[in-house]
Design a protein around this ligand. Structure first.
Ligand SMILES: [Ca+2]
Ligand SMILES: [Ca+2]
Ligand SMILES: [Ca+2]
Length: 188
């Protein structure tokens, strides 16, 4: 039986293997409707989950929907399978202005996840993030400490942006488990 998480390696020869594996993990954790790609419906489901799990109210709800449901990259609408999605995501990184857009994306996301609005992400808020995506609980503390570069017990906006940038741009293997551990998937 073919899995929706099948990757055609022939079409991904240019893509470094560690980046490929961690990006498949990212897609799998975001693929709430289990169709093999991270799509617009998954973004809406993520918004609904954070509102419910974070017990959010009022303007915070609008902030969440705006963040999750607007300015979505085109391939979230168009990719038909995981291989297509990965090629688009890899190339998107180097598109014009994408670095600065991604910077804005990460800092806006930080503000969304800073549920009490005190300017930092604490362990409780990080657990909400981990729970939204149903990430492996064995790695939650590990990843919190990984992002918390200066080891002051809280995640600053800069630390969060740095970890997101590393995950999206860096192709060398390292310990960043932003979306939990690498997952098994099918290569052809
Ligand atoms: Ca999906
Ligand atoms: Ca906070
Ligand atoms: Ca810190």
């Amino acid at each position: 039986m073919s899995s929706v998480y099948t990757v055609d390696m022939n079409q991904l020869k240019e893509v470094p293997i560690f980046w490929l594996k961690k990006t498949v993990a990212k897609v799998m954790m975001n693929d709430f409707n289990k169709n093999g790609v991270w799509d617009v419906e998954d973004c809406r489901i993520a918004a609904e989950k954070i509102i419910k799990i974070g017990n959010l109210k009022g303007v915070k709800i609008d902030e969440v929907y705006t963040f999750y449901c607007e300015n979505i990259p085109p391939y979230f609408h168009t990719a038909n399978n995981l291989t297509e999605w990965l090629i688009e995501d890899f190339n998107f990184r180097n598109g014009p202005n994408v670095r600065s857009l991604f910077q804005t994306f990460m800092s806006t996301w930080f503000n969304v996840l800073d549920l009490d609005g005190d300017g930092v992400i604490n362990q409780h808020e990080f657990k909400v993030f981990w729970d939204i995506y149903d990430l492996d609980p064995n790695y939650m503390k590990y990843q919190f400490d990984y992002i918390d570069e200066d080891k002051d017990g809280i995640i600053s906006c800069q630390e969060f942006v740095d970890a997101g940038f590393d995950y999206f741009y860096n192709t060398e293997e390292n310990g960043n488990k932003f979306w939990g551990p690498i997952q098994d998937f099918h290569m052809i």
